[in-house]
Write a protein that binds this ligand. Structure first.
Ligand SMILES: [Zn+2]
Ligand SMILES: [Zn+2]
Ligand SMILES: [Zn+2]
Ligand SMILES: [Zn+2]
Ligand SMILES: [Zn+2]
Ligand SMILES: [Zn+2]
Length: 282
């Protein structure tokens, strides 16, 4: 019919010669480790398994067989297949990196309080972006002049590493409850029964577990606990090292004995051969 398509077509207008990847990386390569090890996505619900793998709640609820780590097949002790332990460290790093991304965004962050104005300042203690007007209120009306507030402009010039290093001092933990991490709810309370850090509104909901303790005293207690464990492990290690050295000595001794024995056998065989030859000659 003569309407055959041409065998070769030139580049179509509007088609870039090098198309961008369909799934851009969720985060800078350096910070891939804060993602779920199953789906490689950010998640406010990261669980830490006993094998030290970190998986999001979504991956764990679809995991089969349910009581096995999908990465290394280590058994998960909980019957539900969902570990109790939240990976708060990674969740908080994700939250901080998302703040950093807002700072680096070309439009810049909006004020966290009035939402309308673009923010000029970030208060690391309130974990809030503030416009000039709300920053005034922060300083005078809410009497938070002692807070460490920094210019968004200044922070924009920093690398993600620097930003994390600077904000490490503030030590704020975001509440791990779904939704609360994104909204920047800060955990200030610790429930010993749930073994969880809670924000004030979560503590109200969990009131039957009161009295709670302050997150800072719990942090200190854990640090002391880790210090003691560290000491114990060091002692065990030096015990193992002593045993290892003794075993190495023993191995060297046995090797020496083996060498001597071989030599002796060699000598005896030679002697016997000599004797047999003598008897033959006689
Ligand atoms: Zn996942
Ligand atoms: Zn694992
Ligand atoms: Zn504002
Ligand atoms: Zn503040
Ligand atoms: Zn509780
Ligand atoms: Zn909460």
């Amino acid at each position: 019919d003569g309407a055959t398509a041409p065998k070769e077509t030139g580049p179509q207008p509007g088609t870039p010669s090098c198309s961008p990847p369909s799934h851009p990386p969720a985060m800078e390569d350096d910070f891939q480790f804060v993602l779920c090890e199953g789906c490689r996505q950010e998640s406010p619900n990261l669980k830490l398994l006993t094998c030290l793998h970190t998986l999001c709640l979504d991956c764990l609820s679809e995991n089969k067989p349910i009581r096995q780590c999908p990465v290394c097949r280590t058994a998960i002790p909980q019957a539900s297949g969902i570990p109790d332990m939240d990976n708060l460290l990674f969740t908080n790093l994700q939250a901080k990196l998302s703040i950093y991304k807002k700072i680096r965004d070309s439009d810049g962050p909006n004020c966290s309080r009035c939402r309308g104005e673009s923010a000029t300042v970030w208060c690391s203690e309130c974990e809030e972006f503030l416009c000039a007007k709300c920053f005034e209120d922060h300083q005078w009306f809410f009497k938070k002049r002692s807070h460490e507030a920094r210019k968004v402009e200044e922070l924009r010039a920093e690398s993600a590493h620097q930003f994390l290093e600077d904000t490490r001092k503030s030590c704020n933990l975001f509440c791990s409850r779904p939704g609360h991490t994104d909204q920047g709810h800060i955990s200030s309370i610790y429930c010993k029964r749930c073994e969880k850090a809670l924000c004030c509104s979560c503590a109200l909901l969990d009131s039957q577990h009161a009295p709670f303790c302050d997150i800072r005293s719990e942090t200190q207690r854990r640090q002391e606990e880790l210090g003691t464990m560290n000491q114990e492990l060091k002692q065990k290690r030096s015990g193992f090292e002593a045993t290892y050295a003794a075993l190495q000595d023993e191995a060297a001794r046995l090797e020496e004995a083996q060498r001597e024995m071989r030599e002796l056998i060699g000598q005896r065989v030679e002697q016997l051969v000599r004797l047999i030859r003598q008897e033959e000659e006689e």
